[in-house]
Design a binder for this molecule. Structure first.
Ligand SMILES: *Cc1c(COP(=O)(O)O)cnc(C)c1O
Length: 440
């Protein structure tokens, strides 16, 4: 063995890892009855395998799928302010549950609640791990052992692992289906509500639309009915916009403030969808109900950590200045990129992709449609631009995924499509293309 090379490996990966990998490589060679001379070939193989195993499992990728808030790709990209806040919180001790003025134990929610109330008009708010947890906690707190009337048109499944009827069961509530799939009326709810009802739930139609002969009960009417029967009215908003996105030229999505104004007693929503923050779920609304939710022992099991609080607080602070939000919040910046800007980007990167692929593939610029994702605005798409590579194949998609920073696109009609809406690091994308090992 050549000492210098071995020592470099030991310095990088540690002695045990190198020794183990040498044994593995030699054992495999023996098993496959390959004779390899000790020395450089073994070390090269050991080095390659160590480099591979040193790669973290969770890695940065280029999301060129055309879905901006992609659940499988971690949803919202965080603003610098949130990243820096997380670093600060991670580095040392923080006053997570400590009141610096009083010098005594404080509330975890204290770092977020005032801003959430300010932005939504809620009396109180608490934060848990995600919106599914928020809903679970609300149902379990206010309706355990009771019925929860919900419109049949709103019994949603979101991405397979979240089905409203299942969450109801696990929360200890009985779902009471109201109305029909396409039409539910206020009088249906009036009949369904009984002495054993715990709350009434409205779920924002998130990842689908019911078109044609359809009717749902407006929030204000349902709220009035619930008030007259003394029942909490809870709205699961899903994405939960904090401000009206139509001011940025995006489709209108109901805001948390509007839902509360329309009479919702509690609203739940995600913070890593349109809001553009880290993964968490908010429960906002009437103070006495939020206090009840906080007292539920399950709250402890669903609470968020200091990193999430740091990031979310930083994102909420950006909302205090809506005029600069487009520049500062990556989610909003990506959603509002114009087709013209993306067409220009496609033209700039096309030659590099073509030259990396060679003559076996044809690369064209392409106008396409991006989706917002995570159930927000299910039918409205955003005019976008990208590249279409012909012929597209699973092998080609794999080659792109095997780049140092994997590139994720989608196969469609025999072509491999790269939607450039979410391409932020143009230079990094182009710089790694020479390493593309495309099928010939
Ligand atoms: C996304 C969504 C959820 C789940 O939220 P998570 O934060 O992913 O747990 C629940 N309800 C609706 C309507 C949604 O859109």
């Amino acid at each position: 063995m050549r000492c210098a090379e071995a020592q470099t490996l030991v310095a990088r990966h540690g002695r045990d890892a190198v020794v183990n990998m040498v044994r593995q490589v030699l054992a495999q060679a023996r098993a496959e009855q390959i004779t390899i001379a000790a020395g450089p070939p073994v070390l090269a193989e050991v080095s390659a395998r160590l480099a591979l195993s040193a790669q973290p499992s969770l890695r940065a990728v280029f999301n060129l799928t055309g879905t901006v808030l992609h659940t499988n790709l971690g949803r919202a990209v965080l603003p610098t302010e949130a990243i820096e806040a997380m670093l600060d919180a991670a580095r040392g001790a923080v006053n997570l549950e400590y009141d610096l003025e009083l010098g005594e134990r404080g509330e975890r929610d204290a770092h977020l609640e005032p801003m959430l109330c300010e932005l939504t008009g809620a009396e109180a708010a608490t934060v848990v791990n995600n919106n599914a947890a928020a809903l679970l906690l609300v149902l379990n707190t206010l309706a355990m052992g009771k019925t929860v009337p919900t419109s049949r048109g709103e019994l949603v499944e979101i991405g397979g692992s979240f089905r409203l009827p299942d969450i109801m069961g696990r929360s200890g509530c009985r779902l009471l289906e109201v109305g029909t799939t396409n039409r539910t009326h206020l009088h249906d709810f009036a009949q369904a509500i009984g002495p054993d009802s715990g709350l009434v739930l409205k779920v924002h139609a998130s990842n689908f639309v019911i078109e044609g002969f359809s009717a749902s009960v407006p929030e204000a009417g349902l709220a009035a009915l619930c008030r007259s029967r003394g029942l909490p009215f809870v709205v699961d908003l899903g994405s939960g916009a904090l401000i009206d996105f139509s001011r940025f030229g995006l489709p209108h999505e109901p805001t948390v403030a509007q839902a509360l104004k329309s009479g919702a007693d509690l609203v739940t929503f995600s913070t890593d969808k349109l809001l553009g923050g880290p993964q968490a779920g908010v429960i906002a609304g009437r103070a006495e109900l939020v206090a009840q939710v906080r007292r539920n022992p399950m709250k402890r099991a669903l609470r968020v950590d200091k990193l999430t609080i740091a990031a979310l607080a930083a994102v909420l602070r950006l909302y205090a200045d809506p005029d600069r939000l487009v520049q500062r919040l990556p989610t909003l910046r990506l959603l509002t990129r114009t087709q013209g800007e993306l067409q220009a980007l496609a033209q700039r990167v096309r030659p590099a992709v073509q030259s990396a692929l060679g003559a076996a593939h044809d690369v064209q610029t392409l106008d396409c449609d991006s989706q917002i994702g995570s159930g927000a605005f299910p039918v409205r798409t955003l005019p976008s631009a990208g590249l279409a590579i012909h012929p597209g194949s699973a092998a080609l998609a794999l080659a792109f995924r095997r780049l140092p920073v994997p590139v994720l696109g989608r196969l469609h009609n025999g072509r491999f499509l790269l939607d450039l809406r979410c391409l932020q690091d143009e230079y990094g994308f182009v710089a790694q293309l020479p390493r593309l090992a495309a099928p010939s």
